[in-house]
Write a protein that binds this ligand. Structure first.
Ligand code: ZN
Length: 627
């Protein structure tokens, strides 16, 4: 319903972060059925899907009867919301089927056409139901209270209505709203220009690998070769790559300035105190959560510095440069698993979540909710999809038998269980959990998995490899994303004060923050001035205060998994009942608070820091005994 397509886009953005290329040499027909998802749970066949689609198309016209009538009576309001829920629920099921059919073989024209048809249907449906939110917004509080008392069935829509009503203070007259909506045709331009320039027009340098092979150094090649064990190569990669961005500092600066000015326009038009407040009002997250994250992480920079010193030592370097961040701390020890071994391992690791949780996982495997192996034409990466409300969630994997694949399996099962319990316990309108919470259940599972595996791995080299990976997650997710969040806040604050943002100025601000995080002044990391341009490479600065959620999710998940292991059944039952089953029946911060994770305090961050500290203590111990 409300902004559903936007929400789905963001969820995809988060969920598709784990991408690895699979061995896709097998065709689907070579894979036994038990390893493939069973889409007949959605529709027995394409014919049935078509019939379902015709039915939804037929319902669209009925919205008209409700238009302009929602404030007439409690019964009328309820009827409209109930009808809208029904139509959207069916639509999501249709969309889920078409999407998955296409994802299992992206080369097939039939399913692809189905996804396009369903996209068009979605646009029609959005247009037909677009009057609902503004009509609810226009109603006064007394009417809403009266309606709630008159029609008890409206209760399930209480949060939905409140979520609309709370925007009242920032909603303008109809004429002004029209102007704001019309301004939307310009609002994507900065990001579009950024994307086109970076992906199509920007000249990229070439580097020569040891064996004489020449490589075009675009963003993908950069992420590959910056992790090279050959120090000269990665130094060269950094110089060439950021050198190529630096040449267009002015252009990139103008683009990002345009984006920030767009945020400023909406902030001013809607009368918010700051761009941050304007952005966080969407998910209804207090700005104090954002400031608290930055302050707490900043206070804990010595912990990052300890890790950087450890990295220097483990890589055997005299001095640590910024281009030394990406190679593995120890030679990667590859562990391999069959699907059956992975399933057994994941179940054992998630056992602290209790028998109820385990029985649903069993169902996921035995009732074929999961599409496991890579096959020719199948979509890459991994995702969980819980949008078919009264069926069950599905998971797409590209399982290759490595530890990362097992971790991805645990991760996606986390999303699936979140969807499963929310769908089961909430009415459709409250079943889609908010973005701010989306990665908590999944990272909790990853965390429980690594804890279990470490507990059962004796080989010191394997342990070092696992612990090293975990440390890197803390650096890149907790510290690096907070560093980005700090930069994002700073440049918006500058714009709010009327300062013009040039490429040069953006680089100066970025470099200061970067040096702070990496302890450049204390001589911990050497940061060459050229790397100040790194901001130009990060597309997330166009996502309007989005990245801080990577850091908060990791902290919240660390707090959840730590508490589950420590507090046992009491915490796990609370977690299932108050968190996994909550959907978006409330706002994200109170939902987390109800399981004892208060993101407005330092506590969850301290739990994450403690975990990071323990990992380093453990690595120190292993290195000591190896001597
Ligand atoms: Zn995820």
């Amino acid at each position: 319903m409300k902004q559903l397509t936007g929400v789905l886009f963001m969820i995809l953005l988060l969920f598709s972060s784990v991408v690895q290329a699979g061995d896709a040499s097998k065709s689907r027909s070579q894979i036994p059925d038990k390893y493939k998802w069973n889409l007949t749970d959605l529709y027995p066949n394409v014919e049935a899907w078509k019939a379902g689609k015709t039915e939804v198309e037929g319902m669209i016209g009925q919205f008209k009867a409700f238009k302009g009538t929602l404030d007439q009576s409690a019964e009328q309001l309820y009827k409209c919301l109930d009808f809208s829920s029904k139509v959207w629920k069916e639509y999501m099921r249709l969309s889920s089927y078409a999407g998955k059919l296409s994802d299992q073989d992206t080369r097939e024209a039939g399913p692809l056409a189905m996804t396009q048809e369903i996209g068009q249907l979605g646009t029609k449906l959005s247009a037909a139901s677009s009057f609902i939110d503004p009509e609810i917004l226009a109603m006064n509080k007394q009417t809403i209270t009266k309606f709630m008392a008159q029609e008890p069935k409206l209760k399930i829509y209480a949060h939905y209505i409140d979520d609309i009503q709370r925007r009242k203070a920032h909603t303008l007259s109809a004429r002004e709203e029209k102007i704001i909506a019309d301004a939307g045709i310009m609002s994507d331009t900065p990001y579009d220009v950024y994307g086109i320039f970076k992906n199509a027009d920007m000249p990229r340098p070439e580097i020569t690998l040891k064996k004489g092979k020449k490589v075009r150094l675009d963003d993908a090649a950069y992420t590959l070769y910056r992790a090279s064990e050959d120090r000269n190569l990665r130094k060269e990669v950094f110089e060439q790559f950021f050198g190529s961005y630096k040449k267009f500092e002015r252009t990139f600066g103008t683009e990002l300035n345009g984006e920030v000015r767009k945020d400023l326009f909406y902030k001013n038009a809607r009368k918010y105190n700051s761009c941050l407040e304007s952005a966080l009002d969407g998910p209804n997250v207090p700005t104090s959560v954002y400031h608290n994250l930055i302050e707490t992480i900043h206070k804990n920079l010595p912990l990052l510095h300890r890790y950087l010193n450890l990295r220097k030592k483990m890589l055997g370097l005299k001095d640590l440069h910024y281009y030394d961040m990406y190679p593995s701390l120890v030679k990667k020890v590859d562990m391999s698993y069959t699907v059956e071994e992975a399933e057994a391992l994941v179940k054992k690791a998630l056992a602290p979540l209790g028998p109820q949780y385990e029985s649903v996982i069993n169902e996921a495997f035995t009732h074929r909710w999961i599409d496991i192996y890579p096959t020719t034409g199948k979509r890459s990466g991994a995702y969980s999809s819980g949008s078919a409300y009264d069926v069950h969630p599905y998971i797409l994997l590209n399982f290759n038998g490595k530890y990362d694949d097992v971790s991805t399996m645990a991760h996606e099962l986390g999303h699936t269980m979140h969807s499963y319990f929310s769908n089961k316990n909430q009415p459709f309108v409250n079943s889609h959990y908010p973005i701010f919470l989306a990665e908590v259940a999944s990272i909790t599972n990853e965390s429980l998995l690594i804890d279990y595996v470490l507990k059962h791995t004796k080989d010191p080299q394997k342990r070092l490899s696992l612990l090293g990976n975990q440390l890197e997650t803390f650096r890149t997710t907790l510290f690096r994303q907070t560093q980005f969040a700090e930069f994002e806040l700073k440049i918006h604050e500058m714009a709010e004060k009327g300062e013009a943002l040039t490429g040069e100025k953006l680089s100066r601000v970025y470099l200061n923050i970067l040096k702070d995080y990496y302890g450049a002044d204390q001589g911990i990391t050497k940061i060459e001035d050229l790397y100040a341009i790194e901001w130009a490479y990060i597309p997330h600065f166009y996502y309007n205060f989005y990245v801080f959620q990577y850091a908060t999710s990791l902290c919240a998940a660390t707090a959840v998994s730590t508490k589950i292991l420590k507090e046992g059944p009491t915490m796990r039952d609370r977690y299932i009942k108050n968190f996994l089953s909550a959907g978006d029946s409330d706002y994200p911060i109170p939902i987390l608070k109800s399981i004892g994770v208060d993101m407005t305090t330092e506590v969850p961050y301290q739990m994450a820091m403690k975990k990071m500290k323990n990992i380093m203590d453990e690595i120190d111990k292993i290195l000591q005994t190896k001597k």
